[in-house]
Ligand binder design. Structure first.
Ligand code: PEP
Ligand code: MG
Length: 541
């Protein structure tokens, strides 16, 4: 048995075989085979199954993203049949390489050719060639490895879960997640909490000690990871899992009851969502609205920006899924760790201190206006609010307010159905918390993002395991910024919520409620337990 320690990211325990998600690289050392005919047959079979996969992806993309977006898969299907690729691979196999080495070499060369072209369109094709290469290599690996493909639930093991991976995560087969990198507020952690999957992140040495199929036990509440757990350890982890299930079952029974503190204050618990499915899940778990609808997922993992109509449809669907309850749509928070190819965000030395969220939107007015127009249109048929991320100065909020009013006038002139929405500021930069009294004059509500507020207050990267000990949303310095924010909101008679991940943490949530926040917003799976936490709180001293 090997015991490893990581950062607790999503509570609960899980035991199961590892499913290792590797990043496929084309820089693999050459491997040789004595049977070129067998290698050619393996290559042909990998290409045919990749073709089936691409055609299924095209059909799924047509449904989810529309015909134009699905065209990229039609182009991939054509490239897969390109004789230049087939010839290059055949040449490699003929000189004695394995199918994997021949494919890696052919893709390296083809991608380099595209990359060296002047024209941007052709440069972009290098990424497509690599995408196809990865798909073929995955098929070749799949043939050989004893990957537990058919097991119902595995522990996903990876270096880091990227935002784009979240689109393809098979949640039904994921009992737990362990990552080598990342922190408690990184995307893997947020996703795991949203789904209620036990998760440990920042586990050093994980990948070198794990392979597909190896039994792993994790305790997401303590950050423990056991490889080849002993029978005794398994019993201990199973009892943690059972206790978590019991606590959850008790909370589920009361999920639709209001959350009232011991001294009689009602603290509504809202849900955080990244998709329409999340909205439905949060509401089904008893959420009284959506306190944070992250719109990034609509913009990531695609080649072009979603149009105004597409966005209107998505926000309308979110409003419909909330069944009349309020949905707080956050303007695009892109940049930092969440890049989008088509926005051509320049690379920066300090992306978290750079060109992200509202800073980027104010430079890209086309993106900002398209999104605001879509929200105002969707608001005609639902209760929507607009939330502005990464506000550092009141001028940013005032400009967004002007643009909202301008969009409203435009839509009215165009005879489009629309409705004016409230406009709130995310408090996630210490400057905003410290100037909350002034900011409150331009805001209809505040929402405190403790993930970023903690990162910026403590100067501790939210995704860096090495400084995770400093990333404490209940640190007196962070609490003092929250107290300041609440005071500013109170004086202006506006409401303030906490929508960062810490709102689902029992200890931190108790502190926030006692400081006077009006409501909490947590991951869909965490709503029933957050209500239970509120029921143990006291607001008056
Ligand atoms: C936050 O910063 O706390 C927050 C809720 O926003 P995000 O995690 O999307 O940056
Ligand atoms: Mg944030």
């Amino acid at each position: 048995m090997i015991a490893l320690a990581g950062i607790p990211a999503s509570s609960g325990a899980a035991i199961g075989p590892a499913r290792v998600m590797k990043r496929i690289s084309f820089d693999i050392p050459d491997a040789h085979s004595a049977d070129p005919e067998a290698e050619k047959a393996r290559f042909r079979s990998a290409v045919s199954s990749a073709a089936v996969e691409i055609s299924n992806l095209k059909a799924a993309a047509e449904k989810k993203l529309g015909r134009a977006e699905a065209e990229i898969f039609a182009a991939h299907a054509l490239m897969l049949e390109d004789p230049a690729l087939e010839d290059a691979v055949a040449d490699g196999i003929t000189v004695g390489l394995t199918a994997e080495s021949a494919v890696a070499g052919a893709i390296r060369n083809l991608a380099a050719q595209f990359d060296s072209m002047e024209d941007d369109y052709f440069k972009q094709r290098a990424a497509d060639v690599k995408d196809i290469g990865r798909r073929i290599l995955k098929k070749l690996e799949g043939e050989k490895s004893a990957s537990p493909e058919n097991d119902s639930a595995c522990i996903l093991v990876t270096d880091e879960l990227l935002p784009s991976d979240t689109i393809s995560l098979d949640t039904a087969r994921t009992a737990g997640i362990v990552t080598e990198r990342g922190g408690a507020a990184s995307h893997a952690s947020i996703l795991a909490r949203a789904l209620g999957i036990p998760c440990v992140v920042g586990v050093e040495g994980l990948l070198e000690r794990t392979s597909d199929g190896v039994e792993i036990a994790i305790d997401g509440g303590k950050g423990e990871v056991l490889i080849h757990p002993s029978e005794n350890a398994k019993k201990r982890f199973e009892s943690v899992a059972a206790a978590a299930r019991e606590k959850r079952a008790a909370a589920m029974k009361r999920k639709n009851e209001p959350a009232v503190t011991v001294d009689g204050c009602v603290i509504p618990v809202f849900g955080n969502a990244g998709s329409v499915a999340d909205v439905a899940a949060a509401i089904a778990n008893g959420a009284e609205g959506i306190g944070l609808f992250r719109t990034e997922f609509l913009f990531l993992g695609r080649k072009t920006m979603p149009t105004e109509d597409e966005q209107t449809a998505e926000y309308s669907a979110a409003a419909a899924a909330a069944g009349g309850k309020p949905v707080t749509i956050r303007l695009l928070d892109i940049g930092g760790d969440k890049p989008a190819e088509y926005l051509a965000i320049p690379s920066e030395a300090n992306p978290f201190l750079g060109f992200r969220a509202i800073r980027l939107l104010l430079e890209r007015r086309d993106v900002l206006k398209t999104q605001i127009r879509a929200i105002l249109r969707a608001a005609a048929s639902g209760d929507l609010l607009i939330l502005v991320p990464m506000i550092s100065d009141i001028s940013e909020l005032k400009t967004v307010r002007e643009i909202r009013d301008e969009c409203l006038s435009e839509l009215e002139r165009e005879g489009k159905e629309c409705k004016k929405t409230k406009l709130g500021a995310m408090i996630e930069v210490p400057a905003a918390a410290l100037c909350a009294d002034r900011l409150a004059a331009a805001a209809d509500f505040f929402s405190i993002g403790t993930n970023d507020l903690t990162q910026y207050c403590m100067a501790a990267d939210r995704g860096n395991a090495a400084v995770a000990h400093l990333f404490n949303p209940a640190h007196p310095a962070v609490l003092s910024l929250i107290e300041h924010t609440v005071r500013g909101a109170r004086a202006a008679h506006i409401k303030v919520s906490v929508c960062g991940e810490a709102a689902a943490d029992e200890t931190a949530a108790r502190e926030f409620v006692s400081l006077g926040v009006d409501y909490l917003s947590v991951a869909p799976a965490a709503v029933p337990l957050a209500k239970e936490t509120v029921r143990t709180c006291r607001v008056s001293p």
